[in-house]
Design a protein around this ligand. Structure first.
Ligand code: GLU
Length: 285
């Protein structure tokens, strides 16, 4: 049996904090215990939020923590052709369509519907507005016309058609079988006009390309796994085992987002914390 493959996949949109430390140390501990490998992936698809200077900072913080990862590191921005190929496959299956509304327009239309009906429109598992499938009925000629006219668009997965193809889905969560419930996500975005990928698409393509067998990540991504199972099944990709770990919350009970002096690894290191103290602060050992 080849050794299990774990990965840590930070986005270079800020400095690492205690939540990242928990995640990477769990990955490293589990990989070591299983005689496995640990890979690193830089998830830099969000060009508006990611900055190149955060990438070396990630390496520096991880090395200081004592984490050892394999080379080469996979950087998502180097793999656009692979995401395009996955999209082409889904397109050939007639499972994706261009949607032309901006986020603001969708919010406005849904607010109008809510006001008219007195009922709230369904939210997706992250609390976002579930896409009301406005562009889905557009005839092919109209889609072409809008695209040729240079209109911005997002490529969305036709979730109903996708689930009709996949049938019921499950995943292995820490050894237990969990039933996937992707329908509440609705027609998720897989790419945008100028970006050939989205988190959901790139994560499944990358995990397969890197031969990842064990995905260890925060509980905030638990429901995303249902969407990932849909894409893995449609694209014929292997399914990893999953372990969604607890999150470290701030004083107000929110998940850590940006590093602050209280939780940033650089700040803690600057204040004299040792890697062992970080383990303790992250609730390990
Ligand atoms: N890049 C994601 C993050 O930083 C993690 C994605 C994953 O582990 O699947 O939250």
């Amino acid at each position: 049996m080849p050794p299990p493959v774990f990965r840590f996949a930070p986005s270079p949109n800020g400095y690492l904090h205690l939540g990242h430390a928990l995640s990477v140390l769990l990955n490293a501990d589990m990989a070591r215990a299983a005689g496995g490998r640990l890979l690193l992936r830089i998830e830099d698809i969000d060009e508006a939020r990611c900055k190149p200077e955060y990438e070396p900072a990630i390496y520096e913080d991880l090395a200081w923590l004592g984490v050892i990862w394999e080379q080469p590191v996979r950087r998502q921005s180097d793999h656009h052709a692979e995401y395009r190929a996955a999209l082409a496959k889904l397109d050939a299956m007639e499972l994706i369509y261009p949607a032309f509304e901006s986020r603001t327009e969708i919010a406005r239309i849904v607010a109008e519907r809510e006001a008219a009906s007195g009922e709230s429109w369904p939210r997706d598992p992250d609390g976002g507005i579930r896409y009301p499938e406005l562009s889905k009925p557009l005839p092919e000629a109209e889609r072409r016309r809008l695209i040729d006219a240079g209109a911005p668009y997002a490529l969305r997965l036709d979730m109903t058609a996708a689930l009709a193809r996949t049938g019921p889905l499950h995943w292995n969560e820490s050894g237990e079988t969990v039933t996937a419930d992707p329908a509440p996500w609705g027609d998720i975005i897989l790419a945008r006009k100028d970006t050939p990928n989205s988190y959901h698409l790139s994560v499944v393509v990358d995990d397969a390309a890197q031969g990842v067998t064990d995905v260890v990540r925060g509980r905030d991504l638990f429901h995303s796994t249902a969407a990932h199972r849909v894409l893995q099944t449609l694209l014929g990709l292997p399914q990893p085992r999953y372990h969604h770990h607890r999150l470290i919350l701030d004083g107000e009970g929110r998940k850590l987002s940006k590093s602050t002096s209280a939780t940033g690894l650089r700040e803690l290191r600057g204040g004299g914390a040792t890697p062992a103290a970080i383990r303790t602060l992250a609730g390990l050992d």
